[in-house]
Ligand binder design. Structure first.
Ligand code: M6R
Length: 593
């Protein structure tokens, strides 16, 4: 959602803030701003991206400051609604990520007390409340404000006259980056990687007082010690590394991600012990997630049902939260790249309240999901900056394969085949990437259409959903993923020459049915792009275009098919001149319901 950052130290704060904001831009990018504390407070903010703001900003003095990338929730993207927000005196500035749910009531009270508001945001009540309570001690004022506000927040506040940043966290992520003669605060670690790899992950309820050379954290009025962690991610991981877009770089990193997961299998196997115990005690399993991670859950359902043999319900976390009583004897898994998706966290809480043991699969160390869950497995994707999930999805699939292969009691011969197959996946994914220029040609063709369907069956039905999601979110071509057998139950009405259908096939028990579906589609004049394994002699005679992927066991076909469809979406979006890494209206981590 929004990204927040703070700096206090011996450097000029402005360039540091802009640099950190640029690294956090994927969290929100409709407007941004900074506030610098010199002899007085100076605020500079506007709609648009960080680079634009940096180009137009005057040099603002000060070695302490705060910054914000906004993804609008309350009030349209505008200069007035951009953060930081200030009090009436202009001496207090605040950046905030989250939602203050009782802001309207607070705003009315404050207005009646004489405070004047300049924006439509929920956030603006915070600096006004600080102003109301401030008596020369920012920390004390913030503590009083936290007693008034409801909702979720990560906040950084500063005031002219005190050499400190005061931060608070509840329900939105916040980390402190520890420097030598300076300290930083940010929504996530990617923001501070240029300056330090030493971080503290704050917990809900924490209030931090940060100066250039000290960090003090309290929770519930008591001083607490929060452990310092070393970040494994390198600054290069969060740079484009010569690629035109982060998304393309991240697609190309997937053979490495697969390999890293396999190398780390040993530590995954320990989690598999927990998982196996969970499954033994459970009668069923539920897998919950949102967006692309939900598609990983749908594939996870196939993997678990095939390899473990228990029934799995895979559902969008956002829906699960409003239906179904949770059965106590349910093993639960939540999947979330960011570990901060509000719906997934709410589902985790619901599961825990019902007495379920929850295993979280997440990419972000110290994320909220990892704190809530009973067990956590970290994916080895490295930081993913492109808003479209690519390598994080691949890393989720790999964790699911490895966990289930470690827990299965499949026959030895079958297991040996699967183990051999999974070890070849880095090379197989690379082979798809080697075919990039051919896929680019098909993407060029696809980019001329306004609507498309993706169809698949079995373990490749979720891949149809994911292929469509990737295409629509970055190219703005309207795309629907469908179970191939369902197309004739309504969507057929939309098929015509201008509606291409991308058919995803695997050589499993769905193959013959898929061939029939392709024929039905062709009979309605729709062009068909088929994704099929090398050596297939049949599909080429039916489809208009054929993209081949290397042969793998059908259970692993989502891996190679995913890479091909990511490239298809990427090049279609590039052809259409879309802002691939920052698609309109989207944010990397969705921390509101
Ligand atoms: O961080 P999460 O995995 O929980 O995010 C869930 C979705 O918001 C996310 O997968 C989204 O659908 C993708 N960015 C789309 O590419």
């Amino acid at each position: 959602m929004c990204g927040i950052v703070g700096y206090i130290g011996d450097k000029l704060a402005q360039p540091v803030l802009f640099n950190c904001l640029a690294r956090l831009e994927y969290r929100g990018y409709d407007s941004c701003g900074i506030a610098l504390k010199g002899s007085r407070l100076r605020v500079y903010k506007d709609v648009g991206g960080v680079k634009e703001l940096e180009r137009t900003a005057p040099l603002l003095e000060g070695t302490a400051g705060i910054g914000h990338n906004r993804w609008a929730t309350h009030g349209e993207p505008s200069q007035a609604n951009a953060h930081p927000h200030c009090d009436c005196s202009g001496n207090i500035a605040v950046v905030h990520n989250g939602i203050i749910s009782n802001f309207q009531q607070l705003r009315q009270q404050l207005t009646a007390e004489g405070h004047r508001f300049a924006s439509q945001t929920d956030t603006e009540v915070i600096p006004h409340l600080i102003e109301k309570y401030y008596q020369g001690n920012l920390e004390a004022a913030v503590i009083m404000v936290l007693g008034d506000i409801k909702g979720s927040y990560a906040i950084i506040a500063l005031v002219v006259g005190e050499d400190k940043l005061v931060v608070a966290r509840k329900g939105s992520p916040l980390i402190i980056g520890l420097g030598d003669r300076d300290n930083l605060v940010a929504s996530d670690v990617t923001a501070v990687l240029d300056y330090t790899d030493r971080v503290i992950y704050l917990e809900d309820g924490d209030i931090g007082v940060i100066t250039a050379n000290s960090v003090r954290v309290t929770n519930g009025g008591t001083e607490v010690s929060r452990q310092e962690s070393r970040v494994r991610w390198m600054v290069e991981d969060a740079q484009k590394g010569g690629y035109e877009h982060f998304m393309l770089k991240e697609i190309h990193e997937q053979p490495r991600v697969i390999r890293d997961t396999l190398i780390g299998w040993g530590s995954l196997a320990e989690s598999a012990v927990d998982l196996a115990a969970m499954c033994r005690e459970a009668e069923s399993m539920v897998m919950l997630a949102c967006g692309t991670s939900y598609h990983a859950a749908l594939i996870g359902k196939h993997i678990v049902e095939e390899l473990i043999g228990i029934r799995v319900r895979a559902e969008p976390a956002s829906e699960f939260n409003y239906c179904h009583p949770v059965l106590a004897k349910t093993a639960a898994m939540v999947i979330t790249q960011s570990g901060e998706t509000a719906d997934t966290l709410k589902a985790t809480q619901k599961l825990k309240a019902a007495g379920c043991k929850v295993l979280a699969i997440t990419n972000v160390m110290g994320s909220s999901a990892s704190r809530l869950a009973d067990y956590t497995v970290y994916t080895r994707a490295g930081p993913e900056i492109g808003v479209a999930a690519t390598k994080s999805f691949m890393a989720q699939l790999m964790v699911l394969y490895c966990l289930m292969l470690s827990s299965t009691d499949a026959k030895a011969s079958r297991l040996a085949d699967l183990m051999a197959g999974v070890r070849q996946l880095p090379e197989k994914a690379q082979q798809v990437l080697n075919n990039e220029s051919r896929i680019e040609e098909y993407a060029h063709h696809l980019s001329g259409y306004d609507n498309a369907f993706f169809i698949g069956r079995g373990v490749n039905f979720p891949i149809a959903l994911e292929g469509a999601l990737k295409l629509k979110e970055i190219s703005y071509i309207h795309a629907e993923g469908y179970a191939a057998g369902e197309l004739k139950h309504g969507p057929f009405a939309l098929l015509r020459k201008e509606t291409p259908v991308i058919a995803i096939l695997a050589h499993d028990n769905t193959y013959e049915a898929m061939l029939s579906n392709i024929k039905e589609v062709k009979a309605r004049q729709s062009p068909v792009i088929a994704l099929v394994e090398e050596g297939d002699k049949t599909v080429g005679k039916l489809a208009d275009y054929v993209i081949t992927v290397p042969q793998v066991a059908p259970l692993f076909s989502p891996v190679v098919n995913t890479v091909a469809l990511q490239l298809l979406a990427y090049y279609a979006a590039r052809e259409r001149g879309c802002p691939i890494d920052t698609p309109r209206n989207l944010a990397k981590s969705v921390t509101v319901e």
